[in-house]
Ligand binder design. Structure first.
Ligand code: FES
Length: 77
C-alpha cells in the first residue's frame, strides 16, 4: 500500500510505502530534514506538522515533543 505526502512549501507530492517513515520517504525524494540521529527517534529535530488525519504519537514523539505540539498535529518524521 502506498500513501502520498504533500510537502509544503515546495508543493510537491512524494510517495511513501505503508510503514515507511516520512523521514525515509522524504530523504529518498532528496528532501532533507534536520537530524542529529539519522531518523532513529533520538534527537527530535525532524519535527513535522501533519495537516490531515494524524496517528497517535510514537513513544519517541511523546518523549521529544511537548504536549501542545502533539495536540497541534506535530510528529517526528
Ligand atoms: S531525525 Fe532524530 S528524531 Fe527524527
Amino acid at each position: 500500500m502506498k500513501v502520498w505526502l504533500h510537502v509544503f512549501p515546495k508543493d510537491i507530492w512524494v510517495p511513501a510505502q505503508y510503514g515507511e517513515t516520512i523521514w525515509a520517504a522524504l530523504r529518498r525524494a532528496n528532501i532533507e530534514l534536520d537530524s542529529d540521529c539519522g531518523g532513529a527517534g533520538n534527537c527530535g529535530k525532524c519535527k513535522i506538522k501533519v495537516l490531515s488525519v494524524v496517528d497517535p504519537p510514537t513513544k519517541a514523539g511523546q518523549k521529544l515533543l511537548d504536549k501542545d505540539a502533539l495536540q497541534e498535529g506535530f510528529r517526528l518524521a
